[in-house]
Write a new protein. Structure first.
Length: 115
């Protein structure tokens, strides 16, 4: 269940420092490769991707399920949506846009989780 720092750094490098084209500032390329990654590490990648403040509820620490997601990255919006959906389905973590700069992160322990 332990993830190496190299995997997190690789995801951050792929998502944050991919070349962005002037014609479409939402296009990126690369891959996301999470294998049983702790929620807190996925949130770090999500924060770097969205460049927004995460307002994290204290109960999010109760989300102990590892996150697994393997996908090609084609846009920031698609990657953001896939991470949000995966956190919800695999860990019961709900991400809600509060305003232009902040995203609320909460945990719902009554959701049925999927592997």
């Amino acid at each position: 269940m332990k993830i190496t720092s190299l995997t997190i750094v690789t995801c951050l490098i792929v998502l944050v420092s991919c070349p962005i084209h002037a014609q479409d500032t939402n296009k990126v390329s690369g891959t996301i490769g999470f294998e049983n990654v702790p929620v807190s590490d996925v949130l770090d990648v999500y924060k770097a991707l969205t460049k927004q403040e995460l307002v994290i509820s204290t109960d999010v620490g109760r989300a102990t399920h590892g996150i697994t997601l393997h996908t090609d990255v084609t846009s920031v919006e698609k990657s953001k949506h896939l991470i949000e959906e995966t956190l919800l389905k695999q860990a019961g973590v709900v991400l809600t846009q509060l305003d232009n700069n902040r995203i609320s992160v909460t945990y719902n322990d009554h959701l049925e989780l999927q592997p």
